[in-house]
Design a protein around this ligand. Structure first.
Ligand SMILES: [Zn+2]
Length: 100
């Protein structure tokens, strides 16, 4: 009799737990399908598509994705290079002025 009562209580509980797991898994799958992750071509980290910039690179029409962090890094590196070049040019022009 006691076994029967436990059985009656346990079956709906087990079914409820299984349904909960299934619905949670479905919700996760739907959430995962909405956010499509793509790898950044430079740092190889994954980001959602709206956080990446798509650019066609090279002659084979390959599209690469770049994240904001890498684009900022490239911008900083470029600016540092341009500034260094400007400084070198200034030094060269100053030294040519002295020679003249
Ligand atoms: Zn990146």
């Amino acid at each position: 009799m006691l076994f029967f009562i436990i059985w009656i209580i346990c079956i709906p509980l087990i079914i409820w737990i299984i349904l909960q797991i299934i619905s949670r898994r479905r919700a996760n799958e739907e959430a995962g399908a909405d956010v499509q992750l793509e790898e950044c071509a430079l740092c190889h980290e994954e980001f959602p598509m709206d956080a990446l910039l798509e650019k066609e690179v090279g002659g084979y029409s390959r599209i690469y994705c770049f994240c904001g962090g890498c684009i900022e890094q490239l911008c900083r590196e470029y600016q540092a290079k341009v500034e260094q070049k400007d400084e070198e040019n200034e030094q060269v022009s100053e030294s040519t002025k002295k020679e003249l």
